[in-house]
Design a protein around this ligand. Structure first.
Ligand code: CA
Length: 229
């Protein structure tokens, strides 16, 4: 449930807004002093702020500026004076919407819903996508640590995954077994460069069509391995 903070010193207006928003399923809190309202907006978690312009102790202009510096949430600014609204809109002070009092509570609810939906879309598009490495039918999702070969998911052990990913990310680069061992296995690991050979064999069994004629991880005799592009 979205939480909304109303900073408004006219009690009857604040109560009316609260009633309508609660009827629409929102959780609402009211603060009537500017300075206390700002503190609440910064200290607590709200999804949207409805901010009156003229307030005791600190005006909506100042509150909007301070909230913007710290928080990313929609702010709807309201004022009884249309001139004030025009002025602050002209200043581009960072509110998402402006409404002149008196307005219909259902109009307020509609705008609240629209802004919440818009912010949710923004947040969703900012979610980091998984890091994907894709080479000739092999798809490696580094974030989820999953691998698909020609669309079919294959299971790899931790080191197999690390080794395959490292080679695929450095295609056409020949690495010696020593280099690969040092890169993928930490120094305390039990094992030696033969471990690399064993792992390459396991990886090939999962990704190659014919392990006798590897298409992906190529053996460079006397040197090491490389991932062919
Ligand atoms: Ca006021």
């Amino acid at each position: 449930m979205s939480k909304i903070l109303i900073i408004e010193d006219e009690e009857s207006i604040a109560d009316l807004e609260k009633d309508y928003l609660e009827l629409s399923g929102f959780e609402v809190e009211i603060e009537n002093r500017g300075d206390i309202g700002l503190k609440k907006a910064l200290d607590e978690e709200f999804d949207l702020l409805i901010l009156d312009l003229m307030l005791p102790e600190m005006d909506g202009f100042e509150i909007c500026k301070k909230v913007r510096e710290k928080k990313n949430m929609p702010i709807i600014m309201v004022s009884a004076k249309k001139d004030d609204i025009d002025k602050i809109r002209g200043l581009g002070m960072g509110a998402d919407d402006y409404m002149t009092k008196p307005f219909s509570p259902s109009e307020l609810v509609a705008r609240v819903k629209a802004h919440l939906a818009r912010y949710e879309r923004l947040v969703n598009t900012n979610i980091q996508e998984n890091e994907i490495v894709e080479i000739r039918g092999i798809k490696i999702d580094k974030t989820a640590r999953r691998v698909w070969v020609n669309g079919e998911e294959k299971t790899f052990t931790t080191k197999e995954f690390d080794l395959l990913t490292f080679l695929a990310q450095n295609p056409n680069h020949v690495f010696t077994k020593e280099e690969l061992f040092n890169k993928i296995w930490d120094m305390e690991s039990v094992g030696d460069i033969a471990t690399v050979t064993v792992h390459i064999k396991k990886i090939r069994e999962k990704i190659e069509f014919n392990t006798a004629k590897p298409q992906y991880i190529e053996t460079i005799w006397g040197v090491g391995y490389r991932f062919k592009v």
